[in-house]
Write a protein that binds this ligand. Structure first.
Ligand code: FNR
Length: 366
């Protein structure tokens, strides 16, 4: 039997990842100190996925500025005090056999909400209750009832320049913090998606209007981040490949933006979808794999696919079908941090060849 593709290494620039089961970025909203500094939770949480055999672990959406947080409890890389605590996390992951990237994000008009923990559903926190006035491409609030009461400030030229500079500076800190790669969050209705989607960017200056103007900010951010990280460090971008609406951003638009991302030095397109506007989404196991496949085939850039890929068999099938170069397993990994070890067993990888930590080896599935 040929060995499963899921457990073949993948090299991007100077980084070789031990397999193709990756952890997608997942906000923890666990920074109780509200200073963006990761703590014990983040160390244990990300360390556990390294022990569980994940190849590349992508740390949660980490804000490039305080106003770019979704909630007060988000992690950040907007100041130098945040570097050493992140370094403790990356050191732990490396010591445990994994690689770790960070997703740099700005929530734009979807900022200043409660943390998404039990009992909360992303309700907005107005300035008088400790929140802040978010920024966006225009002053229109984000789609969704809960955002209606929160004013939004349209970014002016200086504000846009600050966003680009904040991404650049945060990327430089990510390098100092020991991350192996950086991912730009340009999906799920957050700031960069707000700029490229025609549903949210109705500006008429050079940052909105036609396709070229709407993709300008994501491309400028990618260029800035690429310039702030070493040449041998991979750069990833997460895109909402479609808004799932006839009047929204289309897969063809993503193919073109992905081509341009590749030209400015993005190495892998992490293909997600939706999040900017209400839409009917055909959610099912692997439902975003065709999006990754189209970008991969038509833009000629490596992709990752994500979305209810909950069985080892489906993960392997998607790689065999050339849908993507890596598989991301999100919620299933929160349920079972050993997901890759279990998948290796299911796919017939001998325990000796699976990414077991030696201290756990006597418990290996056989
Ligand atoms: C997410 N997701 C997400 N996406 C992202 O780009 N940045 C983020 O910080 C987060 N945060 C987040 C938190 C939690 C708790 C969940 C469950 C999800 C989306 C996530 O990366 C992934 O794309 C989806 O969960 C779909 O994959 P699964 O869960 O079906 O495997």
């Amino acid at each position: 039997m040929t060995s499963p593709l899921l457990f073949q290494p993948l090299t991007l620039r100077g980084l070789t990842v031990r397999n193709r089961v990756w952890l997608p970025p997942m906000c923890q909203y666990a920074v109780d100190s509200h200073d963006g500094v990761p703590d014990t939770w983040h160390l244990v949480h990300y360390g556990s996925f390294a022990v569980g055999g994940f190849g590349l672990i992508i740390a949660e959406a980490t804000a490039v500025s305080p106003e770019g947080r979704i909630s007060l409890c988000d992690t950040g890389l907007w100041n130098d005090d945040q570097i050493a605590p992140w370094r403790a996390v990356t050191d732990a992951v490396h010591e445990l056999g994994g690689k770790i990237a960070v997703q740099l994000g700005h929530a734009g008009r979807k900022a200043s909400t409660e943390k998404w923990w039990p009992g909360y559903h992303g309700e907005v926190v107005p300035p008088e209750q400790g929140g802040w006035i978010p920024v966006g491409p225009t002053d229109a609030p984000a789609d969704g009832e809960q955002y209606a009461g929160l004013p939004v400030k349209a970014l002016d030229e200086d504000g846009i320049a600050k966003v680009i500079a904040d991404f650049r500076a945060a990327a430089g800190r990510a390098v100092k913090a020991g991350f192996d790669a950086v991912e730009i969050h340009s999906a799920h209705g957050y700031l960069l998606h707000q700029f490229y989607s025609p549903l949210s960017n109705t500006r008429t200056d050079g940052w909105g209007g036609d396709f070229d103007a709407r993709v300008r900010l994501p491309l400028e951010v990618a260029r800035a981040v690429r310039g702030a990280i070493p040449d041998d460090m991979p750069l990833l971008a997460r895109l909402s490949v479609t808004d799932w609406r006839d009047d929204g951003w289309q897969v063809d638009d993503s193919v073109e933006l992905s081509r341009r991302f590749a030209e400015v030095g993005v190495d892998l397109l992490d293909a997600s979808s939706g999040g900017n506007s209400s839409a009917s989404i055909p959610v099912a196991p692997g439902y975003q794999a065709d999006l990754a496949a189209r970008v991969r085939a038509e833009a000629g850039i490596p992709t990752a696919t994500v979305g209810m890929i909950w069985t080892a068999e489906l993960a392997e099938e998607l790689l065999q079908k050339d849908s993507a170069d890596a598989i991301m397993v999100g919620r299933a990994a929160l349920r079972d941090t050993n997901w890759p070890l279990r998948a290796a067993h299911v796919l017939g990888v001998p325990a000796e060849d699976a990414p077991w930590h030696p201290a756990r080896f006597r418990g290996a599935w056989r």
